[in-house]
Design a protein around this ligand. Structure first.
Ligand SMILES: Cc1cc2nc3c(=O)[nH]c(=O)nc-3n(C[C@H](O)[C@H](O)[C@H](O)COP(=O)(O)OP(=O)(O)OC[C@H]3O[C@@H](n4cnc5c(N)ncnc54)[C@H](O)[C@@H]3O)c2cc1C
Length: 474
């Protein structure tokens, strides 16, 4: 007989989004039930951010050995022990896992149910052993890798982010479908640790950001030996004795790509199939669960957050959504998602980071804008460290208001923090110009760009004559 629970909040999904809601509610002593059907920590910890960044870190070490000659140190081809590399990736996951574990959440006061949840009506969720009637539900069911409809793919062996990090041997030739952030991060990392890599992309690679900055990153990745076919259709996939064959077509004609392994990185689909959203009157489509800016679904009792909404799919968005939902449920305060304050980072080398409106979007919205540019090669730290390949572009509105920033370069993911802070707090370039940046740091690039915005003031005849007059006073 199913046990009936009546918590204030029922959270469905124990990934970054769901865990943040559960931990926040429990901290205020609010009864909360969390249902997770798979691994606590969700995609980010188990199959996403954490393993991919641990792999990228290993790949950076490998690349540093190749590039050491520039610094007067003997360079060479790194010897990669793939098993040890993967073991470290899993050790990193293991070290973080206790923080997201059912035991920790139980100790915080959350009732954790390891099962699949589904709606049975507009105010009830069922699992195998429980009926949950909560005052509010938060759907945080995340997303899964999209499997494109390519003839032959279903019969061919392929990897996704859910299986890639369990691969026991280094692929000889990794073929990646999709040149978005996940595809390009993995392409560069696998190339650096010694695989041949080919990426096939139907449109343009890294197309969601500033094209000029994406070009800087793509040039660097291509220079390391990754082959990238953009605007290329995959007509079919065929299983071969020693891997896969993709039949491709682009403006140059048809060609085949033979690989030892195939990785799909062609976008994400929401996990809502098992949830029976219709039973609760929750509107959804193939992209995700429909929500308003307040993250409420068409059922007023139910919120949806994180990847499940099909919006910006990042871990920091999942926790941002969690905060907005907690603000509404616990404090009955209105909250609205602001997408312009969310930074987006691709952890290639150089990194690609963006926040706020890009140049094209800002021109469309505001008409007249300024774009301040500063090249990494004009920064002393970039020079000392051999990191002078990069560019920052700051989009500036009236009275110096920062409305966007985009960076391609080393440390872009760290540097974008300052601009995310500035945009969230509606700051201007004057604020950026006014703070003292430590020397020599890459972060000075943002400050140098801000100073350059005000450079014309030094040539202004009125300003010059005022300075000239003041000189008479000694
Ligand atoms: C390779 C890769 C690298 C990434 N790197 C980054 C990065 O560097 N930085 C970044 O910000 N983002 C990154 N992301 C994106 C990030 O992982 C996701 O945005 C984030 O994990 C979303 O969190 P979530 O809680 O919405 O969903 P998830 O983490 O997917 O969690 C959802 C959970 O719900 C559970 N669930 C689903 N249905 C049910 C059900 N019916 N009942 C019970 N439980 C259910 C699932 O088992 C899952 O554990 C990366 C993604 C990938 C794939």
């Amino acid at each position: 007989m199913a046990k009936i629970l009546n918590p204030d909040i029922c959270v469905i999904g124990g990934g970054a989004a769901g865990l943040s809601v559960a931990a926040g509610a429990a901290a205020f002593g609010v009864p909360v039930v969390l249902v997770e059907r798979g691994r606590m920590g969700g995609d980010c910890l188990n199959f996403g951010c954490v393993p991919s960044k641990a792999l990228i870190a290993a790949a950076k070490h490998a690349q540093a050995i190749r590039a050491a000659g520039e610094f007067g140190i003997a360079a060479g081809e790194p010897v990669v022990d793939y098993e040890r590399l993967q073991a470290r990736v899993h050790a990193v996951i293991g070290a973080i896992a206790p923080h997201d574990s059912a035991e920790r959440f139980e100790s915080l006061g959350v009732k954790v149910i390891a099962d699949t949840a589904r709606f049975v009506d507009d105010r009830t969720v069922a699992t195998g052993d429980h009926i949950i009637r909560a005052r509010r539900f938060v759907i945080a069911i995340g997303s899964s890798p999209a499997i494109p409809a390519i003839p032959g793919l279903a019969e061919a062996p392929y990897l996704t982010n859910e299986t890639l990090f369990d691969l026991k041997r280094l692929p000889e030739h990794l073929v990646i479908v999709g040149a978005g952030p996940v595809g390009m991060e993995m392409a560069q990392a696998y190339r650096r640790i010694g695989a041949r890599v080919t990426v096939v992309e139907a449109g343009k690679a890294l197309s969601s950001g500033d094209p000029e900055l994406a070009a800087i990153v793509l040039e660097a990745i291509r220079a390391e030996g990754t082959v990238l076919h953009e605007q290329t259709a995959i007509l079919s996939v065929e299983r071969q004795a020693d891997g896969v064959r993709l039949l491709c077509e682009n403006a140059q004609g048809r060609f085949a790509v033979d690989g030892s392994d195939l990785l799909l990185a062609a976008g994400r689909v929401p996990n809502h199939a098992s949830l029976d959203l219709g039973a609760a009157g929750i509107r959804h489509d193939a992209k995700g669960i429909a929500v308003g800016a307040d993250l409420r679904t068409s059922n007023r009792r139910v919120y949806a957050i994180g990847d499940a909404t099909g919006g910006l799919q990042f871990t920091h968005v999942a926790s941002y959504h969690a905060r907005l939902v907690l603000q509404q449920i616990l404090f009955r305060m209105p909250a609205r998602e602001e997408r312009d304050i969310v930074p987006r980072v691709t952890f290639t080398d150089p990194e690609l980071a963006q926040v706020g409106l890009g140049e094209a979007e800002a021109r469309e919205k505001f008409g007249r804008i300024d774009v301040v540019r500063w090249d990494f090669s004009a920064n002393d730290r970039a020079r000392t460290d051999g990191l002078d390949r990069g560019l920052i572009k700051i989009t500036v509105g009236r009275r110096g208001r920062i409305i966007g920033a985009a960076i391609a370069g080393a440390g872009a993911g760290e540097m974008i923090n300052g601009f995310a802070f500035a945009i969230a707090n509606r700051l201007t370039l004057k604020h950026f110009r006014g703070y003292v940046a430590p020397y020599p740091t890459l972060s000075e690039i943002g400050k140098q760009a801000s100073i350059s915005y005000y450079a014309p003031v030094a040539r202004n005849p009125l300003v010059r004559s005022v300075i000239g007059m003041l000189r008479y006073f000694g």
